[in-house]
Design a binder for this molecule. Structure first.
Ligand code: AHG
Ligand code: MN
Ligand code: MN
Length: 335
């Protein structure tokens, strides 16, 4: 039997080969993985653990929080605050940044997360996940401020997600390709199950919430309309559609077999650039997709080049198989 490579061994060996994972970052990634393991346990218990349903509270974006949104947020904070590898954290579920308390040593990294992605799927037993992004704290002795988190996506030093589905899978990049680790529940460890993940450049599968079609703008309408015309239309091939409503699960499918995912701006809330969050969702996913040979844009520019101006900034997202993303993006400039 081929030798099993644990997440720990993978991180140690990657550092030896290309020096991309210094020890503080390795500790950080191991702690995040441990937190994901415990979120996975809570998710698995479902009703038996009393974790389903809403929590009678709203987050800063006005969304009703689910019990698991709050549990996952607490698990990530408690796991990460004491290790000395972090200076501060930011989460989709917290209004402001969370500074590592003074009683603990301060590290050089900033951790950002969407603790529970796909909240609407929790109670219906459909795949959900955790998304995370790691930045370096800017140099200097002063304390961390919210502005320190406003770094463009290309400055990330690590990013990943854990999907809680039929399997629990952790997907990671430190800028040297994408690796996938499957949770072995008997051993309690993540085991490397795929390296050098590559997304096919072409695809016949798209993911978008079609119920919003009447609210889209012209380039997105044009692209989807051409896909729907199938073999008889300008694309000359039939397209399939999937929409899971958990970005982690949709992105995981795309990393596995290709496809294009879109959550575009739409007229329902014209003043917001989109629904998804730049720092907790689009940046980490955009980097993973690029690292696997795909592309990620907001229709006008590369997601990773957007300079954030707010912690909870939203963005329009088009990501996945390179040629399709380039096509949708080109429709934005030609209309
Ligand atoms: P979250 O549960 O973290 O708020 O994110 C949900 C996001 C994303 O995961 C998914 O792609 C999208 O919202 C689904 O939105 P619709 O329900 O509007 O389709
Ligand atoms: Mn989310
Ligand atoms: Mn969430």
């Amino acid at each position: 039997m081929a030798q099993r490579i644990s997440l720990t061994r993978y991180l140690v060996e990657q550092q030896r080969v290309d020096g991309l994972i210094p020890s503080q970052l390795r500790l950080l990634l191991e702690v995040v993985a441990r937190a994901c393991k415990s979120i996975s346990q809570a998710v698995n218990k479902g009703s038996l653990g009393g974790v389903l349903g809403s929590a009678d509270s709203e987050n800063v974006q006005g969304e009703v929080q689910k019990k698991l949104d709050i549990i996952a947020n607490e698990v990530l904070i408690e796991a990460n605050e004491w290790g000395g590898h972090l200076a501060a954290m930011a989460s989709e579920e917290m209004d402001g940044i969370y500074l590592v308390p003074n009683r603990y040593p301060q590290g050089e990294y900033l951790l950002l997360f969407d603790p529970l992605d796909g909240s609407s799927n929790i109670d219906v037993n459909v795949s959900i996940g955790t998304i995370f992004s790691v930045l370096k704290k800017p140099e200097g002795d002063r304390g961390v401020e919210e502005g320190d988190f406003l770094q463009a996506g290309h400055q990330q030093v690590a990013a990943g997600y854990c999907v809680y589905g039929p399997q629990t899978t952790l997907v990671l990049t430190v800028g040297d390709g994408v690796a996938m680790f499957t949770l072995d529940r008997e051993q309690g460890s993540f085991v490397l199950t795929q390296e050098n993940v590559r997304i096919p450049e072409d695809t016949k599968e798209f993911a978008i919430n079609m119920s919003n079609m009447r609210h889209w703008d012209a380039p997105v309408k044009r692209y989807i309309d051409e896909c729907l015309q199938g073999r008889e239309g300008p694309r000359g091939k039939d397209f399939n559609m999937r929409w899971i409503a958990s970005m982690v699960a949709d992105v995981h499918r795309i990393l596995t077999r290709g496809g294009v995912f879109m959550y575009p701006w739409d007229k329902r809330e014209p003043n917001k650039p989109g629904k998804l969050r730049l720092l907790y969702e689009a940046n980490p996913m955009g980097w993973l997709i690029e690292q696997a040979g795909g592309a990620a844009t907001n229709g006008k520019q590369r997601i990773l080049d957007i300079q954030p101006s707010q912690l909870h900034e939203r963005v329009s997202v088009i990501l996945g198989s390179k040629n399709e993303v380039e096509r949708v993006t080109s429709y934005h400039s030609s209309l």
